[in-house]
Structures are given as structure tokens and as C-alpha cells.
Design a binder for this molecule. Structure first.
Ligand SMILES: Nc1ccn([C@H]2C[C@H](O)[C@@H](COP(=O)(O)OP(=O)(O)OP(=O)(O)O)O2)c(=O)n1
Length: 156
């Protein structure tokens, strides 16, 4: 797939390859260091923020925005995604694997039964000692990089 039309399925792997080719063709690998990419990413987030700046709260779907404004928003969102994918690649992080693991951790950290309808942070949710032990055990199962028994240590 993956023409400019956006049809079909686009994977993070596709984007990784496209960015790697884009940089290689321009001899830009020399500039795509982790630090430079991080700064470019943060700059992109700044440009993204500017689009919303001083607009107050904006309804979902952006019903009153001009097409041109939405096009611009898509461009800035894309810059952020592309720099994120490139940064992950250059740091040797498998973003697909990392993001699936993180989703798993999030689900453990925010059990539906305790969090439904509440936007409280995980360390403010009131749990019984039994629940805490269960959640910590599940999180430890999903995490190979830590041996901590404190459920909150796993997520900081
Ligand atoms: N050294 C660079 C420069 C650019 N890009 C790519 C990734 C981004 O998707 C896009 C960013 O280009 P610009 O820095 O020109 O930023 P904008 O497209 O936002 O343009 P402007 O800053 O003029 O709004 O180009 C890149 O990979 N490496």
C-alpha cells in the first residue's frame, strides 16, 4: 500500500522505512542524531500547539474550522509522528513492541472496575490492599525490566 492517498494499511514499520529512505537519499543520517530528532520533535509539538493557541476549548471534530486549517493540523501531527518514529528507530527502540507493552501496562494500572468515569491519576485511586497486590502482580508479569513489588514504582 501506502501511497500518498492514505488508502490501505499503513504500519509504523512502513513509516520507519520511509523516513530512513528519506534521510538516506539526502545524506541526512548525519543530522538525524537522537538529540537533534528529539529537538525537532519538540519543535513540531510547539507548531502543533500554536494551531490551538488562544482558541479556548475546541469542540471535537473541529466543526467550525476551515479545510485549510485542518490540512495544516494534519501536517503538524504528521511531523510529530514522523520525528517520533525516526527517533525511536535511531535509539534502537522497537516502537510497535514498546507501545503494545505500554498499552498493557496502562490497562493494568487503570483497571476498568476502579477507573470507569474517573480521570484520577493512578496513584490517587483508592484501592484495598488485596487489589494493590493483584495489580502489582499483573504489572510485574507484563514487565521484565523490573523486580519491584511496589505497583507504583513500575509506572513512574
Ligand atoms: N532535517 C530534517 C528536516 C526535515 N525533515 C522532515 C521531517 C518533517 O516531517 C519535515 C519537517 O520539515 P520542516 O522543518 O521544513 O518543518 P515544516 O514542514 O513544519 O515547515 P515550517 O517549519 O516551514 O512550517 O521534514 C527531516 O526528516 N529532517
Amino acid at each position: 500500500m501506502n501511497g500518498a492517498s492514505g488508502e490501505g494499511r499503513l504500519t509504523l514499520e512502513d513509516l520507519k522505512e520511509k523516513m530512513a529512505n528519506f534521510a538516506k537519499e539526502r545524506d541526512w543520517d548525519q543530522f538525524h542524531s537522537p538529540r537533534n530528532l528529539l529537538l525537532a520533535l519538540v519543535g513540531g509539538v510547539g507548531e502543533l500547539s500554536e494551531i490551538f493557541q488562544w482558541k479556548d476549548e475546541v469542540p471535537r471534530g473541529l466543526p467550525n474550522w476551515e479545510e485549510q486549517e485542518k490540512l495544516h493540523l494534519g501536517e503538524e501531527l504528521s511531523d510529530v509522528l514522523l520525528y517520533l518514529v525516526r527517533l525511536s528507530d535511531n535509539c534502537g527502540i522497537d516502537l510497535c513492541k514498546a507501545v503494545l507493552r505500554k498499552l498493557e501496562l496502562n490497562a493494568i494500572k487503570y483497571p476498568i472496575g476502579l477507573c470507569k468515569g474517573s480521570s484520577q491519576k493512578h496513584n490517587q485511586i483508592k484501592t484495598s490492599p488485596e487489589t494493590t497486590a493483584t495489580v502489582a502482580g499483573a504489572a510485574a508479569d507484563a514487565t521484565t525490566s523490573t523486580t519491584s513489588n511496589d505497583m507504583y514504582d513500575l509506572f513512574d
